[in-house]
Design a protein around this ligand. Structure first.
Ligand code: BMP
Length: 260
């Protein structure tokens, strides 16, 4: 069976990494493949947004370095909300340096990302050392990593053999790499998660190169697993309701795909 027709619970059973198993289980239980991209700049706004939308998401993606008032309380509160609503925390740090440098960027500095983020991501450009560095810090803490194999922005260079080589790098580090940031299904291994940003209820683009596809295109036609939605939710008049609409659209596309 390909990962297009396996249920989340069946795929959970195939995962060797505990975090991907947990994510598939949350997706099945909460009936959602929605990841909130919580790209707001004040911590109060961030926590309010996450509390409101929490019931509809399986994961919250952060960019902590855009917060004007980051402090330890923010991540403590975020962790409590993750337990309350049952979602994973993904810091969209996009590590892209040699192993030794990412060790410090991941574990230290102001943000101490490895202390609170379940999942982080990395560009494949430095070669496998970036994964080895992250793994050294993250694996003992039960963390995991996604590789950026494709991007949603127009004119990006993560295409063709770069994408294929990124998939290979993931396969060689399956204990720590649990999937991809991508815009289509790029691996037939059902334990890998495919997560796609650039999603709105209508296709289009912004003024700075972002390109949007719909949930049914991303999950149904392109065979991805999770939709990542930022402005489509937090700029809506009613973010909780918008999150619910994306939850329904994304989950319906998954159910329809399995029935085909
Ligand atoms: P929005 O839905 O508002 O366009 O936000 C998309 C989010 O996904 C942003 O946080 C952005 O950093 C992230 N992202 C992306 O848009 N394209 C990529 O290829 C990779 C990303 O991480």
């Amino acid at each position: 069976k390909s990962n297009n027709i396996l249920k989340y619970s069946e795929r959970a059973a195939l995962c060797s990494n505990g975090l991907s198993r947990r994510l598939f289980t949350i997706m099945e239980q909460k009936k959602t493949n929605l990841v909130l991209s919580a790209d707001v700049t004040s911590s109060k706004e961030l926590l309010q947004l996450v509390d409101k939308t929490g019931p509809h998401v399986c994961m919250v993606k952060t960019h902590v370095d855009i917060l004007e008032d980051f402090n330890q309380d923010v991540v403590d509160s975020l962790t409590k909300l993750a337990a309350k609503h049952d979602f994973l925390i993904f810091e969209d740090r996009k590590f892209a340096d040699i192993g030794n440098t990412v060790v410090h960027q991941y574990s230290g500095g102001l943000y101490r990302i490895s202390e609170w983020a379940d999942v982080v991501n990395a560009h494949a450009i430095p070669g496998p050392g970036v994964v080895q560095g992250l793994k050294k810090v993250g694996a003992p803490k039960g963390r995991a990593c996604l590789l950026i194999a494709e991007m949603s922005s127009s004119g990006n260079l993560a295409t063709g053999s770069y994408t294929q080589d990124t998939v290979k790098m993931a396969e060689e580090n399956k204990d720590f790499v649990i999937g991809f940031i991508c815009v289509s299904k790029i691996s037939s291994n059902p334990s890998f998660l495919h997560m796609t940003p650039g999603v709105q209820l209508e296709a289009g683009q912004d003024s700075l190169g972002q390109q949007y596809l719909t949930p049914s295109e991303v999950i149904g036609k392109r065979g991805s697993d999770l939709i990542i939605v930022g402005r489509g939710i937090y700029q809506a008049q009613d973010p909780a309701n918008a999150a619910k609409q994306f939850q329904i659209a994304g989950y319906d596309a998954y159910v329809t795909r399995m029935a085909e």
